[in-house]
Ligand binder design. Structure first.
Ligand SMILES: Cc1cc2nc3c(=O)[nH]c(=O)nc-3n(C[C@H](O)[C@H](O)[C@H](O)COP(=O)(O)OP(=O)(O)OC[C@H]3O[C@@H](n4cnc5c(N)ncnc54)[C@H](O)[C@@H]3O)c2cc1C
Length: 345
């Protein structure tokens, strides 16, 4: 049922017409509460691989206030340098602050590629940064390939139904973000990088952060669940969860969900699975009415057996499913429940 269709798209710079030697790659690291974000390590792995492919140099960039220990953590990776913009005005993230800090530095250093982890924070400001410095923009890459001698980036399009292969054209800088789980954090090579200050101009913030509130308290730990019944938008509403809950009970399963289910308030936030939710690896993952967007897949692709129910035979969830049922879940779920009840009689 594989539906990966690859087509080619050309975004901005003609990489292959340029000298591929000594390319400069920046990796902008995200952090919170004094620790690097997990996806920052994935971005480092991506940057190191890209630098190796281009015979170039990868450097990390850190923004914030009081950055000594974070700079020390980042300097433990095999990077040409860790460049730090340390300024009290960057104590809290604001899009204006980050854009005003990074834009002059990017204009001055003109790196070929700038890698960001594809997080809510990055996508909040890096398109604006690209526009500010007139850079190419390549969001959400899941990999790159230079086997043919031409560098091609992959990124999902149309909700993950297609994979676009993108060749970068033209001169100048390209900003790209790396999808969660696309590069393994464990693949980031360790080393000892020098820490240097990165000069910037006046940092101007366009908003004031009054406080940050953590959503959720007593989280359900789905990472330990052996069986998960995961519900997607296809379930159709909070009032239609009953049959799936009954099936989950029969299977001794925890309920999980895709993001729209959570955003619509049908289930609490701690049930979310995916790049901005929990990463799970149960023995059985039953996906009901879930399309299989990349942000969902990265959170569940470690499941041993995946069973997907979807009325669209082209849904990307079927690319990771061991068993696929093409049909209306409102008919399939009661039928599964009845069959299981019969078996246990
Ligand atoms: C930065 C970022 C982070 C994100 N993080 C996450 C995350 O952590 N987790 C996550 O899940 N998403 C996340 N998303 C959202 C993600 O891109 C998708 O929008 C989301 O996963 C889609 O959820 P879905 O499959 O439930 O809905 P849809 O894409 O709307 O799919 C619904 C599916 O249900 C099927 N369907 C409809 N009716 C029926 C029926 N009666 N019977 C059977 N099938 C039916 C349809 O064919 C369709 O395939 C994130 C997005 C961004 C940009």
């Amino acid at each position: 049922m594989s539906q990966d269709v690859v087509f080619q798209d050309v975004v901005s710079q003609d990489l292959m017409s340029q000298d591929v030697m000594s390319k400069k790659i920046w990796i902008v690291l995200q952090h919170r509460e004094g620790r690097l974000h997990r996806m920052s390590r994935e971005a480092i792995a991506a940057g190191q691989r890209l630098a190796a492919a281009l015979s170039g140099q990868a450097e990390a960039v850190l923004l914030g206030a009081g950055m000594e220990s974070l700079a020390a953590e980042a300097s433990g990776y095999a990077l040409a340098a860790v460049r730090v913009i340390d300024d009290a005005k960057l104590a809290s993230y604001t899009p204006g602050g980050y854009v005003s800090a990074l834009a002059p530095a990017l204009r001055a250093a003109a790196p070929d590629f700038v890698i960001f982890p594809h997080t809510y924070q990055s996508i909040d400001y890096f398109p604006r940064l690209a526009q500010e410095v007139d850079a190419g923009l390549l969001p959400e890459i899941t990999g790159f390939d230079d086997a043919t001698g031409e560098l091609l980036f992959s990124r999902p399009v149309m909700g993950g139904k297609l994979v676009a292969q993108v060749r970068v054209k033209g001169e100048g800088t390209t900003l790209l973000s790396v999808q969660s789980g696309a590069f393994s954090a464990d693949a980031a090579e360790t080393g000892q990088a020098p820490v240097e200050a990165l000069a910037s101009e006046e940092i101007t913030s366009d908003r004031e952060i009054l406080g940050v509130e953590e959503v959720g308290g007593d989280q359900i730990d789905l990472t330990k669940a052996e069986v998960i019944v995961a519900l997607g938008r296809g379930v159709g509403g909070a009032d239609k969860l009953g049959p799936s809950e009954e099936l989950a009970k029969l299977l001794g399963a925890e309920l999980g969900a895709s993001r729209p289910v959570i955003d619509s308030g049908w289930l609490p936030r701690d049930r979310q699975i995916g790049s901005s939710g929990q990463t799970v690896a149960p023995k059985l993952y039953l996906a009901l009415g879930i399309s299989g967007a990349i942000q969902h897949l990265v959170g569940m692709k470690g499941s041993s057996t995946v069973v997907a129910v979807n009325k669209d035979p082209g849904a990307p969830i079927f690319t990771v499913a061991d068993y696929g049922i093409v049909g209306d879940l409102h008919e399939v779920v009661p039928a599964l429940t009845a069959a299981l009840e019969e078996l246990s009689d």
